[in-house]
Design a protein around this ligand. Structure first.
Ligand SMILES: Cc1cc2nc3c(=O)[nH]c(=O)nc-3n(C[C@H](O)[C@H](O)[C@H](O)COP(=O)(O)OP(=O)(O)OC[C@H]3O[C@@H](n4cnc5c(N)ncnc54)[C@H](O)[C@@H]3O)c2cc1C
Length: 455
């Protein structure tokens, strides 16, 4: 621990990702003294790896762009995608507070976010994703760190929280125990758990979300689930336990995201046999398990028109520069690049083109074809499916207070982001709408920080 860290503060935040930084900022706004403890050497967590997209309904940025939207519509969209679930009150609460969330970030704290009008992505009926102009979560994370520092919040790196201090059922602080930090206690009136989920803990994945075994994890190292275990030990229930965000198309071997715009605009994924794997439009998260069932190597196939549209996205442009999008003049070239049998590939593309022209139903029920039929020159990107984060977690109330089985709060304890019950339903990766990860992190973080400061 650095010598000047307070050992008695109003609010301790565990984890310096989007959820923790937003909680810290809101608590500081409300006049509380706050320390953020981060176990790794750098803040950011999964937030820094994301595209930084936060959904919001009825924001002034939507109004300026002429987009009609409201929280009821957003909640209905999210619930349509998620299906019924165990934390629907959070879906509604987050939709209701989403516009003020992005405006608070931009107007009060100079976080760079703008409305994305190029695509809506999964689960949204109108344009409502607000993201850094670069579409990189690292910018969101850096801006939140700068805002916290400006507000006098101490962000202490390399300080893993090992356990909670609990006096007679009330959480009264934390114990830090790390190689560099040593073991020490910090006392506080409230603790906000913002340490993300359990996707990087094989034992917990096998115990709590066995469907995910086999999906390679592509998120940050810190998501090892200990904060969820502390809550369970204090009597909290796990809600929406099996939900997660998968990603069907992580660029291989680059490890970056192949933008789903390539699929929404008409591309398909094919496996080593030259066959498609399902209806790509179920979304990048739900489709990940379908891709896992295909025979590797898996390739995304689209065309140069779609490539040129997607080039607006910085991460995709970098992938192209690194050789991750191979141009193929004919189906024969596509076969030689992907290794799939040429006749099988040709018949897959012909059947898909016929469906896109409305001549026959699509074999997998796809109804939105973007710019398809695909036209040569084709473009091929090799991909692999991945797990990005778990969405299930501790049951909380509308201000992110952790609840025990009988619905009473654990005094002094809040949970946000991947530690808390998510809003992505109970059907694995299928219920995930774009932005659900950051909405439950940053959105619940702000609510938790405000409530924690109020005591
Ligand atoms: C590649 C990728 C792309 C994504 N894109 C999007 C997107 O565009 N939109 C979206 O909504 N979601 C996206 N997600 C999901 C989103 O990033 C996460 O849901 C969100 O960042 C979670 O925020 P968080 O604050 O809960 O966790 P994190 O940002 O992971 O922060 C948690 C922090 O807690 C620290 N920590 C853990 N345990 C301890 C401990 N014991 N003591 C101290 N510190 C601890 C971790 O090291 C970490 O820094 C993406 C995820 C990935 C991997």
């Amino acid at each position: 621990m650095s010598a000047d860290v307070e050992t008695d503060v109003d609010v301790v935040v565990v984890g310096a990702g989007g959820g923790g930084l937003a909680a810290a900022l809101a608590a500081a706004d409300a006049g509380a003294s706050v320390v953020v403890l981060e176990k790794l050497e750098e803040p950011g967590g999964n937030t820094a790896l994301s595209t930084g997209s936060i959904p919001a309904a009825g924001s002034r940025f939507q109004a300026e762009a002429g987009v009609q939207d409201d929280p009821e519509r957003m909640a209905a969209d999210l619930l349509r995608q998620s299906g019924p679930h165990e934390a629907e009150h959070l879906t509604r609460r987050l939709a209701e507070t989403s516009a003020s969330l992005v405006e608070w970030l931009v107007d009060d704290h100079q976080v760079r976010l703008k409305l994305i009008t190029d695509y809506k992505h999964v689960g949204h009926s109108v344009e409502r994703l607000h993201a850094p102009p670069s579409r990189r979560g690292i910018d969101l994370s850096r801006d939140l760190v700068a805002a916290c520092e400006g507000a006098g919040v101490d962000i202490v790196r390399g300080n893993p929280v090992a356990e909670l201090l609990v006096d007679d059922g009330t959480v009264t602080g934390v114990v830090v125990d790390g190689e560099r930090s040593g073991r020490h206690e910090i006392r506080s009136r409230a603790v906000v758990l913002a340490a993300n989920g359990f996707a990087n803990n094989r034992d917990l994945v096998a115990r709590w979300a066995p469907d995910l075994v086999g999906l390679e994890y592509f998120g940050a190292h810190g998501s090892t689930g200990e904060a969820i275990e502390w809550g369970v030990q204090l009597g909290a229930q796990l809600r929406n336990r099996t939900a997660y965000q998968g990603y069907a198309a992580v660029a291989y071997p680059h490890g970056s995201i192949l933008s789903w715009t390539t699929q929404e605009k008409g591309g398909v994924l094919v496996d080593a046999t030259g066959s498609r794997l399902g209806d790509e439009i179920v979304g990048y998260s739900g489709f990940a398990v379908e891709v896992l069932r295909g025979s590797a190597p898996i390739w995304a196939v689209y065309d140069t028109r779609i490539r040129d549209i997607t080039l607006k996205e910085e991460e995709y442009a970098e992938l192209v520069e690194m050789g991750g999008a191979k141009v193929c003049d004919e189906v024969e070239d596509l076969a030689s690049v992907t290794g799939a049998p040429v006749e099988a590939l040709r018949s897959t593309l012909e059947a898909y083109a016929a469906a896109a022209r409305g001549e026959q139903p699509d074999a997998f029920g796809r109804t939105d074809f973007g710019l398809a039929p695909l036209e040569p020159p084709y473009v091929a990107s090799r991909v692999t499916p991945g797990l990005f984060h778990t969405q299930g977690g501790l049951e909380i109330d509308a201000d992110a207070r952790v609840l025990t089985e009988d619905g009473t709060p654990v005094p002094g304890l809040f949970a946000v982001g991947g530690v808390a019950a998510g809003i992505s339903g109970q059907q694995g990766g299928r219920g995930y709408s774009s932005g659900n990860g950051l909405l439950t992190a940053v959105g619940l973080g702000r609510l938790a920080g405000t409530a924690a400061a109020a005591g």
